[in-house]
Design a protein around this ligand. Structure first.
Ligand SMILES: *Cc1c(COP(=O)(O)O)cnc(C)c1O
Length: 409
């Protein structure tokens, strides 16, 4: 290598100095810094299966895909330093304004929002208490959270991260009898509404009568969009929701909103401080990403979106409706990812279980994820959602399902 070339390379990559003398790795080190990540297909590189999500906004499927505006927000957020509390303050104010809440903070998901919120209820602004969590005994902090037995779907365990015990009730009489001077909070699961005997309004009335703060988990119920403010208006003191489900924000983010003093108290346990929620870290990228996500979601033409979803469902139905023995039905789940959802099921002419079809779709090209049974327990069918699809994917899904089913028809 000529001296002049070496000088040129050195000025391009000053830290690569240690490998002078071997021009080949030196060159390739430079080459790899100039190959932009955008040009790399990391999924191919690592042999990762990608797929069409016709199933759900579930964590195991990596939930949702962020819109370009959100990705742009995250990229631009990454380019400057800012004080973490400042960005939480400003974004919190905006989100609170959008959602009729007194205050809000971006969390590491809905689970995280529930832990932060419960921590805030327990400690208030007392920093000594913040440092005592999750050990409540002998601290003077309250230690019980009341919830309906039918609302215990697994996510309620988030509350126990703070050290509280859970008190399960079924009727309003039981709820009232369970309230005592250790009661810290009353928690409600929105998607458990139809299963639980006590509904939102009654829950709030009961709690207010005894001066107990309330929290509602609306994780996957950002649709319809009015839900973003409905439960603040209704009188819940804290509302927890996921960022990466219906709103398609960062999957590692969520929102806690509600009463000003409770949000301020909740933040004492979270970064940049070292309380029990230190591990629930969100940085400026998720926080600003969440801001743009919720703003976009509120401004979205939801009717138009719904129409697109219905059109996708129609594409799939039309491709299989003439197959002998195959039937379809469309329904909208009342809670938990509301969107037009398609059941495809068949009689015994089709020698396939729903789960076998699910596996065939997963292993086919393109790979497709669906639910391999119906919600009512029937195993001779699959459930298909369309709200997480990209444009053109409904046609691909329709084609693949038809290919697998028409063999029997
Ligand atoms: C998904 C979900 C959660 C957890 O939300 P994350 O944002 O993943 O932390 C909590 N509660 C309910 C009801 C959920 O569906």
């Amino acid at each position: 290598m000529k001296r002049r070339e070496i000088i040129k390379l050195l000025s391009a990559a000053p830290i690569a100095g240690g490998i002078i003398g071997s021009s080949i790795p030196f060159q390739s080190a430079i080459a790899s810094t100039t190959t932009s990540t955008a040009k790399r297909n990391l999924f191919k590189e690592l042999g990762l299966r990608t797929f069409i999500n016709a199933n759900c906004v579930c964590t195991d499927l990596t939930a949702s895909l962020m819109p370009q505006e959100v990705l742009d927000a995250i990229t631009s957020a990454a380019s400057e330093f800012v004080m973490l509390d400042d960005v939480q303050d400003k974004v919190g104010e905006k989100i609170a304004g959008f959602c009729h809440a007194e205050a809000a903070t971006v969390t590491a998901g809905c689970w995280s929002a529930m832990v932060l919120g419960t921590a805030g209820v327990l400690t208030g602004m007392d920093r000594k208490r913040v440092n005592q969590l999750p050990f409540l005994e002998g601290t003077g902090m309250k230690s019980e959270v009341i919830l309906q037995k039918e609302h215990a779907d697994g996510y309620h365990r988030a509350l126990t991260n703070t050290g509280v015990s859970l008190i399960f009730v079924e009727t309003s009489e039981e709820a009232e009898a369970a309230i005592n001077d250790k009661t810290a909070m009353m928690w409600f699961l929105n998607k458990g509404t139809s299963r639980g005997q006590i509904k939102h309004e009654e829950w709030i009335v009961l709690a207010k009568k005894h001066n107990i703060p309330t929290m509602i988990d609306i994780a996957s119920d950002a649709y319809p969009v009015e839900n973003l403010w409905k439960f603040n208006d209704m009188g819940f003191d804290l509302v927890a929701l996921s960022g990466g489900k219906a709103m398609r924000g960062p999957q590692s983010a969520g929102i806690l909103m509600g009463k000003k003093e409770l949000i301020a108290a909740a933040r004492l346990s979270a970064p940049p401080r070292a309380g029990i929620c230190r591990g629930h870290k969100v940085n400026k990228e998720e926080i600003l990403g969440m801001y743009v996500t919720i703003e976009r979601y509120i401004n979205l033409d939801h009717e138009k979106e719904w129409k697109i979803w219905e059109d996708r469902v129609a594409v799939i139905i039309n491709s299989i409706k003439n197959i002998n023995g195959v039937s379809t039905e469309v329904f909208v789940p009342p809670y938990n990812s509301r969107s037009p959802t398609l059941n495809i099921y068949w009689d015994n002419k089709v020698k396939l279980t729903g789960d076998q079809l699910r596996v065939k779709l997963r292993n086919g090209n393109p790979s497709i994820e669906v639910k391999g049974r119906l919600r009512d327990g029937r195993t001779n069918g699959i459930e298909v959602t369309v709200f997480m699809m990209k444009s053109g994917q409904a046609e691909e899904v329709a084609k693949r399902i038809k290919e697998e089913l028409q063999i029997f028809g």
